[in-house]
Design a protein around this ligand. Structure first.
Ligand code: GLY
Length: 358
C-alpha cells in the first residue's frame, strides 16, 4: 500500500470532517469534541493506590486540562516513586530479575489508543504508550521494539530495579519450587492440572486512573509492572485495549487491576462500557464483568473449596454523566474518587465476602 497516499487521504478526510490537520495537540492544548457537552464538575477515579494520582489529575482538570494529560500526569507520580513496587521504578521484576512494564492509554475525543508491553528500563511506560498513540499508526509496541521506539523519542534508560525490589525477588528465588507459572503437559480438558501453584501468593500491582474533564471528555490510563516474578515476556491485561482499559467518549470508561489472565480471557473493560451503554450504572456494569469471570473460571487450580475463583480482579468505571463505580470478586476492595473535594477511598461492590482470618 502507498503509505504516503493513504496518509494524505486520511488527513484530507480529517480536515473535511472539521478535525483540522493537527490531530493530536501537544500536552496542555484542549481538544474540541462534537460528542460531548461541557460539564460543571470534573471527575477522577483510580485503583486504591492512586490517591496522589487522582489529586494531580483533578488539579490539572480544574485548570482546564484535557483528561488524558491529567490522568497520565497523575499515574506518573506513582511510576516515579521507587517505594511503590507495583508500577514503574521499583516495580517487582520478572523471574529473571528484570523489571518489565506494561501500560495503555486511551483518549475519548479521538478514540485513539496507545500501549506498550514488556518494556524494560523506562520508568514511565504510560508516557511511551501515549507516544505510540500520537506518533505511530499502531496501538501496541512490545519488548525490544517498544524500548527502541522510546529511546528514539528521547526517553532515557535507567535501572528500574531498586534494592528493595531486588531483595524481594531474591527471597522469591530462594523459595521457588511451588510458585512458578509453568504447567506440565496436559489435556486441555483436564481441569485438575497445576493445583500446586500457590495463587494466593501472587501479586498483580497495577494502577488504573480514569478522568472526565471540564470539556465533558473522558480518557484513561492503566500502568503496571505486571505479575511479580512472571515468566519473562508475559503480558497482562493492562496494555490490552478492551481488557485493561477502554474508553468510549459517548458512554464512559473502564479499567482493571488484579489477575490479568482472567481479564484477558473476558475483555472486561469493553464489556463494562457496553453494559453502561445499555443503561447499567458503572457499579452494576463492573459487577456483571466480575460475574462473567466467575462463570468462565473452570480450572480447579483457580477455584477455592466452594468453587469460587481463588483470585481477585477489580474494575473501575465512570460514565459520561459523571457517575462512578467499582467492583471486585472478593470483598474489602477500595477505590479512589475525586470529584473536586479531595481524593477519598470508597468501598468496591463485590460478589463474595472474604472468609475472615482466624
Ligand atoms: N492486571 C495486571 C496484570 O495482570 O498484569
Amino acid at each position: 500500500m502507498n503509505l504516503t497516499l493513504s496518509r494524505r487521504h486520511f488527513l484530507k478526510a480529517a480536515t473535511l470532517a472539521g478535525v483540522g490537520s493537527v490531530l493530536f495537540p501537544r500536552e496542555g492544548m484542549s481538544y474540541a469534541s462534537s460528542q460531548t457537552e461541557k460539564t460543571s464538575k470534573a471527575l477522577a477515579i483510580s485503583s486504591a493506590n492512586g490517591i496522589r494520582a487522582t489529586e494531580k489529575a483533578m488539579q490539572l482538570m480544574r485548570d482546564g486540562k484535557d483528561a488524558l494529560d491529567a490522568v497520565i500526569a497523575g499515574v506518573n507520580i506513582v511510576e516515579d516513586d521507587p517505594n511503590d513496587m507495583s508500577v514503574g521504578l521499583g516495580g517487582l521484576p520478572n523471574a529473571d530479575g528484570d523489571v518489565e512494564l506494561d501500560a495503555s492509554v486511551m483518549h475519548g475525543p479521538s478514540h485513539r489508543a496507545g500501549a506498550v508491553a514488556a518494556l524494560r528500563n523506562i520508568k514511565n511506560p504510560s508516557k511511551v504508550a501515549r507516544a505510540v498513540m500520537e506518533r505511530t499508526d499502531h496501538v501496541l509496541l512490545v519488548g525490544e521494539g517498544a524500548l527502541r521506539f522510546a529511546k528514539m523519542h528521547g526517553f532515557v534508560e535507567e535501572n528500574l530495579l531498586t534494592d528493595e525490589s531486588r531483595e524481594e525477588w531474591v527471597k522469591w528465588k530462594e523459595s521457588l519450587s511451588k510458585e512458578d507459572d509453568y504447567l506440565p503437559p496436559h489435556s486441555i480438558d483436564d481441569l485438575n492440572i497445576g493445583e500446586r501453584i500457590k495463587k494466593a501468593l501472587q501479586t498483580y500491582g497495577t494502577i488504573n486512573c480514569l478522568g472526565l474533564d471540564l470539556q465533558g471528555n473522558i480518557s484513561g490510563v492503566t500502568t503496571t509492572s505486571g505479575l511479580a516474578y512472571k515468566i519473562p515476556g508475559r503480558v497482562g491485561d493492562s496494555p490490552i485495549i478492551g481488557a485493561g482499559l477502554y474508553v468510549d467518549n459517548a458512554v464512559g470508561a473502564a479499567g482493571s487491576t488484579g489477575r490479568g489472565e482472567a481479564n484477558l480471557a473476558n475483555c472486561s473493560s469493553v464489556m463494562i462500557v457496553e453494559y453502561m451503554r445499555q443503561g447499567k450504572s458503572p457499579e452494576e456494569a463492573c459487577l456483571l464483568a466480575c460475574r462473567r469471570i466467575v462463570e468462565h473460571t473452570k480450572e480447579k487450580r483457580l477455584l477455592d473449596g466452594s468453587g469460587r475463583p481463588n483470585f481477585d480482579v477489580k474494575f473501575y468505571a465512570i460514565s459520561r454523566k459523571g457517575e462512578h463505580g467499582s467492583a471486585s470478586i472478593w470483598s474489602n476492595g477500595k477505590y479512589v474518587v475525586n470529584d473536586g473535594g479531595g481524593s477519598r477511598l470508597l468501598d468496591c461492590a463485590f460478589l463474595y465476602e472474604r472468609p475472615s482470618k482466624k
